[in-house]
Design a binder for this molecule. Structure first.
Ligand code: HBZ
Length: 831
């Protein structure tokens, strides 16, 4: 380093070097210093927000010390690293996690307590870092936590959106969106690195010329430039000094913006132009599992990928290794197809900028990348119109054509008789306009492709990527079942349960090795343990009941069965089937005599989740849930037997309260549509049972916890095509119980029936694409069984304990170890 401290002064540096606070008093000193200097406040002017900011500054300083040590160590050891490229990191709040992972929770808690604050109130001040839509973004957040906790050298790369996922309010039963300006009070958890500024280019043209060696080469020129500024978020591992980095890029105008206009006196428009640069990283696209081909989205993707690769390559070049070492030093994981352009960008850097031969470069590229697929839904697969793509990234399009040409030549040799094959697997879809199929490019440019649960990984091999299995063989395709971090999703969300488990395991070691949960299995039959377990569930239900009271004004009884479905609203996730069954329950109870009612298991049906702003059907489902809630909750015939609640603005922080409070959670996607699901894991880990379909990770959860501890129903994935075909071409009657529900809606029981016309048609027309009618009977039967089984409290709790004891497999630490060993080929850094 050119700018390092002279050798003679280093002793001095060491003497005054920053250290981490070790006790309460040292924390308090830091806290007060931050209130008075960083915030320029005083003891007469320090509210909860200021106290939160000061406490997080103190903790952040601590993380930075550990971050520096880790980065220095990783640089010295110079082992292979992984870079996890994800357009979404749904981190939630940082403070509680930072305290836990750094092991300073008690110090901080008592420290702020002495000063007259409650730690819980301070934690509440922090806005969620909601830089993601749902499962995919939250998975990335769990993964960076696990990479640090298992001491792997790995960084996340993402975008620093100024607006996270929108805030949801419910007005007159409808979803209303408002912007999530989460940076309003500054963000103590990021370190701006204004010196790390990378120029990124768009548009322009390519020019061919003959170089010194007489070779024709193509270069990319002209165009528009913006700058990427790095913001680093320290990611502390649990119970280890390892603190990794999550580098998020923000877009800024380049320093030399449009001087010509500036000088010609058109000052305003020149400033306006330069401001446009900042919109690139301004807002997260709010679609989950849906592709919409907006140019700004492609700009975001390339901006983030170009900055990240430039950074990665720059770091590699500092080691002066030959290019052939690249993939021995670097693994890059593509979280879905969003960063697929990285494959092309690396090829461009190696060939156009570094002068490597095409084949040598391509070998490096393919051995560097791995691609994770998260969906088989056709409407979610990214395809960019060729004209749009070629206009924004002209050189990249040329490179894609070359990649495709070499690939198709190989395929043609392998399958000389199958003429259709070439059209089927071509990266360019021959539609009008032509489209770039990003998933195909991701497969061709990676050495491993994985799905996120067993069924899903099998399905991609037999459906959407079938031809590629024929071309590459099965070894390229594998499964890594998702996982969740037990730090946030057990210990932070459910401290009491974690403590009870620790009392039997002997320590909190299960937070590092979740398979140790197995040690509580024998206590599933211990009456004393069962009682303590049940008390904790009740406590957690009371906490959720308080939230419901506060947000919805609805009183719910903690003795009722809490039935929860929280996730993004999507037809394939079938919240419509859930609310139809709630209506069925309502109609059934209403028709009962007083005597019959005595047998009813009281239930609170809890919904939550956001709809993409432009997804009409999902918005209609939200409206129906709220309308049913209105009618049912005030019906005196029903009382506490049934309550319906829609919790607005479901997010990570609310999930931390909701997951520990369920008796039953629903994961009821049409078989074959939910790649994995991860909230299913969160709910079971917190001592709730699942009502679910034979889909995604539900299948592996069943295998681990035992089929007697889960309520499965519905048709299997293998029958789905047939059933759809039947409905489309034959006259299949609709399920009679479902018909009663529809009659009630159409009779106006839940307000203006016209609102629900298209929703009803989607299950009664000759389509019912998601098989709501076909699965309805078996769904109702499973619900009945739930009602019956919940009456036997002791057996119920015992089943929950057994389930938790067998959830060890679903730690994201396990998932990360699998990626590390079978895809990234990286080792943990030794102490
Ligand atoms: O990824 C989810 C899957 O639906 C879920 O089954 C799985 O458990 C989870 C983690 O593997 N997929 C998403 O959450 N996808 C998105 O949010 C998404 C966002 C933007 C897109 C496409 C998908 O353009």
């Amino acid at each position: 380093f050119e700018a390092s401290i002279p050798a003679a002064s280093r002793d001095l540096w060491q003497q005054f070097g920053v250290t981490e606070f070790q006790d309460k008093e040292a924390f308090q000193k830091e806290f007060i210093r931050h209130v008075e200097t960083t915030l320029a406040r005083s003891m007469y002017n320090c509210d909860d927000l200021a106290a939160y900011l000061a406490a997080s500054q103190a903790i952040r300083d601590r993380l930075i010390v550990a971050w520096n040590k880790t980065q220095q160590k990783h640089t010295t050891k110079d082992q292979k690293r992984v870079y996890y490229l994800s357009l979404e990191f749904l981190m939630g709040r940082a403070m509680d996690n930072a305290m836990l992972n750094a092991g300073v929770k008690d110090i901080t808690k008592t420290g702020v307590d002495d000063l007259g604050f409650k730690i819980e109130d301070l934690l509440e001040q922090e806005p969620d870092a909601a830089l993601g839509n749902g499962g995919l973004g939250r998975l990335a957040a769990c993964f960076v936590d696990s990479i640090a906790s298992t001491n792997y050298p790995g960084w996340g790369y993402g975008l620093r959106y100024q607006y996270g996922i929108f805030k949801q309010r419910i007005v007159d039963g409808y979803q209303v969106e408002s912007p999530d300006y989460w940076l309003a009070f500054s963000n103590p958890w990021e370190i701006p690195r204004y010196e790390i500024a990378i120029d990124v280019m768009f548009y322009g043209y390519t020019r061919k010329y003959t170089n010194d060696q007489g070779k024709t080469v193509s270069i990319w020129e002209g165009g528009e430039q913006v700058q990427a500024i790095a913001y680093d978020v320290p990611v502390p591992g649990y119970d280890t000094e390892t603190t990794n980095n999550l580098r998020l890029w923000a877009s800024k105008p380049t320093r030399e913006f449009d001087f010509e206009k500036f000088n010609s006196g058109d000052y305003e428009s020149s400033v306006r132009e330069s401001q446009k640069a900042e919109t690139i990283s301004a807002v997260l696209y709010p679609n989950d599992n849906f592709y919409s081909g907006k140019e700004l989205r492609l700009k975001q993707q390339y901006f983030w990928v170009a900055a990240s690769l430039n950074d990665i390559v720059r770091r590699f070049k500092k080691t002066h290794r030959p290019w052939s070492d690249f993939s021995d030093q670097i693994a890059i994981q593509l979280n879905d197809t969003h960063p697929t352009i990285a494959i092309v960008e690396l090829q461009r850097i190696l060939v156009d900028m570094e002068g490597l031969e095409w084949d040598a470069a391509w070998e490096i590229v393919t051995s560097t990348f791995g691609y994770t697929n998260h969906t088989v839904l056709p409407e979610a697969l990214e395809k960019w119109p060729v004209p749009l793509f070629g206009n924004l990234l002209p050189r990249h399009l040329e490179i894609i054509y070359n990649i495709n040409l070499f690939f198709l030549q190989k395929v043609e040799k392998m399958f000389p008789k199958d003429r259709d094959m070439l059209a089927r697997v071509s990266i360019i879809e021959e539609s009008s306009p032509q489209q770039v199929r990003m998933a195909y490019l991701a497969i061709i440019g990676s050495h491993k492709v994985n799905g996120v649960a067993e069924l899903h990984s099998d399905l991609i091999k037999t459906t959407i990527f079938k031809d590629f299995v024929a071309i590459y063989g099965t070894d390229k395709f594998m499964n890594v079942t998702n996982g969740i971090t037990p730090r946030r999703w057990l210990h932070q969300a459910n401290p009491k349960l974690s403590e009870l488990i620790a009392s039997k395991v002997g320590s909190y070691s299960f937070l590092k090795d979740l398979t140790l949960l197995k040690k509580v299995e024998p206590f599933a039959k211990d009456p004393e343990f069962i009682e303590k377990w049940a008390d904790i569930k009740k406590f957690n239900k009371a906490r959720l009941a308080a939230l419901i009271k506060k947000n919805n004004g609805i009183d719910v009884s903690v003795d009722a069965l809490f039935d929860v479905q929280v996730k993004r609203i999507h037809e394939y996730k079938r919240q419509q089937m859930n609310i139809f069954s709630v209506i069925h329950r309502y109609l059934t109870i209403k028709a009962m005599s007083a005597e019959e009612k005595k047998d009813v298991t009281p239930r609170v049906c809890i919904f939550g989740g956001k709809s993409a702003p432009g997804y009409y059907m999902a918005k209609t489902i939200i409206k129906l849930i709220n309308s049913v809630s209105e009618v049912v909750n005030k019906d005196a015939d029903i009382g506490d037997l049934l309550k319906v609640v829609f919790i607005a603005d479901y997010n990570v922080s609310k999930a931390e309260i909701i997951c520990p409070a369920s008796d039953i959670s629903q994961h009821i996607s049409t078989a074959g549509t939910e790649a994995s699901g991860t909230s299913n894991m969160k709910f079971v880990l917190n001592g709730g049972l699942i009502l679910g379909t034979v889909d995604g990770a539900n299948i592996e959860i069943t295998r681990e916890i035992g089929e007697e501890n889960i309520f499965l129903f519905g048709h299997l994935a293998e029958s789905v095509d047939d059933l759809r075909h039947q409905r489309r071409f034959n006259d299949v009657p609709i399920n009679p119980d479902l018909q009663k529900v529809i009659d009630a809606i159409e009779g106006g029981m839940f307000g203006d029936k016209d609102i629900y016309g298209s929703l009803i048609y989607s299950v009664t027309g000759n389509r019912d694409y998601y098989l709501v009618s076909d699965d309805f009977q078996s769904y109702l039967d499973a619900q009945k069984l739930v009602d019956k089984d919940f009456k036997d409290k002791t057996t119920w709790v015992s089943r929950c304990i057994t389930a938790v004891a067998n959830m060890g497999f679903f730690s994201s630490d396990r998932a990360i170890n699998e990626y590390a060993e079978s895809i990234w080929n990286i080792e943990p850094v030794a102490k």
